[in-house]
Design a protein around this ligand. Structure first.
Ligand SMILES: CC(=O)N[C@H]1[C@@H](OP(=O)(O)OP(=O)(O)OC[C@H]2O[C@@H](n3ccc(=O)[nH]c3=O)[C@H](O)[C@@H]2O)O[C@H](CO)[C@@H](O)[C@@H]1O
Ligand SMILES: C=C(OP(=O)(O)O)C(=O)O
Length: 420
């Protein structure tokens, strides 16, 4: 298995371009199943998860034309299989996002049950309930979700019991071709949900209220093809900002929207960073100072993103004072703590809260990645550790960070990939 070898020490300094967002690209690719014509998707990040989604569409008979410069053209008029097999779903839970589009467009879908993963049990009951409210019949048999609709789905009034990003996306995608109006209450307000809605609107959908807790969809008979540019990855951006802060460096990010990162930037300012931002850039300067520890509590957008808490755990581990990180979205997402303690961090776990007392530096050690963001946090820990850190199982990182070692090298980090 490939590993990342990091020799910690220096501050990160320099400028980076932020890639397209994984969590927007995946539902947008799934949404191309709804269009009655080719859709060109631009700014797709080069990530394992995006490759998996493209492979999944390919398995269904969708025609894909990949042009490195122009993006990917997806034509779902050739779709001939309406299923997502276990072999692909097990490597990427977001495969569940094809369920709503398949059902709405073709009236049938067979999608492997995604199951849990390292960070929690992650049920999809709310996705299924929303589709049932729109008239779908759903059965779970031998690990697969079988969904069927007699004719068009019907608009419905859906109140989400919990804020769910994927559940909101599946319901919204199903609703665009349903007969009548769908109202989704307690909808997720994440920027990626808004990006998906904007893409659907560009294809002819009638959606309003995206970005608020109530999304209204007036169903239309068909969506046409078109072109869409995926938003930039706020979590990738946040990760590099935290890495720069933890190493006491200075960084400027291009092609990024600062408003998507308000809660993260506020915490970085509390930690002592000087933040600047413009239309499509963010800068952070620690001016060589040790960060101050901050308290984090994760929550759905506009709250502090769960996908950024592990990185802040790493920063707190080398900060002045004691900070807490409380995870409220997933039940088991503080896995990074055990590996960081092996690197000399002082972190005590109390239920869903990590209490982190900062040290001046950590010590390099061999560590194991357990999920995507925990892996990123171990890379940050490696950058602020004396000696060598080897991060194993980095296939997790490759799901969500484009060219992570090249990007970090361009900021002055001593990091390289060790082959299998
Ligand atoms: C591909 C993608 O976009 N992934 C993101 C998406 O995941 P994902 O869409 O899977 O996360 P959700 O927002 O659905 O999950 C939030 C919470 O709701 C629970 N839940 C969800 C659905 C459901 O039917 N029943 C239920 O109980 C989950 O177990 C979790 O505790 O949002 C998460 C929360 O911001 C992020 O961490 C992930 O990076
Ligand atoms: C948890 C994440 O992704 P996924 O929902 O695809 O597992 C993530 O991006 O941090």
């Amino acid at each position: 298995m490939q590993k990342l070898l990091i020799k910690g020490g220096g501050a990160l300094n320099g400028e980076l371009r932020i890639s397209g967002s994984k969590n927007a690209a995946l539902p947008i690719l799934a949404a191309t199943l709804l269009a009655d014509g080719p859709v060109v998707v631009r700014n797709l990040p080069h990530l394992q998860d995006v490759t998996t989604m493209i492979e999944l569409l390919g398995c269904m008979g969708v025609t894909l034309t990949i042009d490195e410069k122009l993006g990917v053209e997806v034509d779902s008029r050739s779709t001939s299989r309406y299923e997502a097999p276990y072999e692909l779903v097990k490597t990427m839970r977001a495969s569940i996002l094809v369920l709503g589009p398949l059902l709405a467009r073709f009236g049938t879908a067979r999608v492997s049950f995604p199951g849990g993963c390292a960070i929690g049990s992650r049920p999809v009951d709310l996705h299924l309930r929303a589709l049932e409210a729109m008239g779908a019949t759903i059965e779970v048999l031998e690990g697969y979700i079988y969904a069927h609709a007699d004719g068009r789905l019907r608009g419905a009034h859906i109140v989400m019991e919990t804020v769910t990003v994927g559940g909101t996306e599946n319901a919204m995608m199903a609703a665009v071709l349903a007969k009548g109006r769908t109202v989704i209450e307690n909808a997720a307000r994440e920027p990626e949900v808004v990006d998906l809605a904007n893409c659907l609107v560009a294809m002819g959908a009638n959606i309003s209220g995206h970005g608020t807790g109530t999304i209204t969809v007036e169903g239309v008979e068909r969506l046409q093809g078109g072109e869409y540019t995926v938003m930039s990855d706020r979590i990738e951006a946040g990760t590099y900002l935290v890495a720069a802060a933890a190493t006491r460096g200075s960084i400027r990010l291009r092609d990024v929207n600062a408003h998507d990162l308000d809660s993260v930037l506020a915490k970085l300012e509390q930690a002592g960073a000087v933040i600047g931002s413009g239309d499509d850039w963010i800068s952070l300067d620690m001016e060589g100072r040790q960060p101050r520890a901050v308290n984090i509590r994760t929550a759905p957008f506009p709250g502090f993103p769960t996908d950024m808490q592990a990185q802040f755990t790493a920063m707190n581990a080398v900060a002045q004072g004691t900070g807490t990180v409380t995870e409220t979205v997933f039940e088991n997402r503080l896995i990074q703590v055990h590996e960081m303690n092996r690197m000399g961090a002082n972190i005590v776990l109390e239920g869903a809260t990590a209490i982190i007392t900062g040290r001046d530096r950590l010590q390099g050690a061999p560590v194991m990645a357990s999920d995507l963001r925990a892996s990123a946090s171990l890379v940050i820990a490696g950058l602020v550790a004396d000696g060598e850190t080897q991060v194993d199982r980095i296939y997790h990182i490759d799901r969500g960070y484009e060219c992570i070692e090249e990007k970090l090298q361009s900021l002055g980090a001593n990091i390289r990939r060790l082959p299998d």
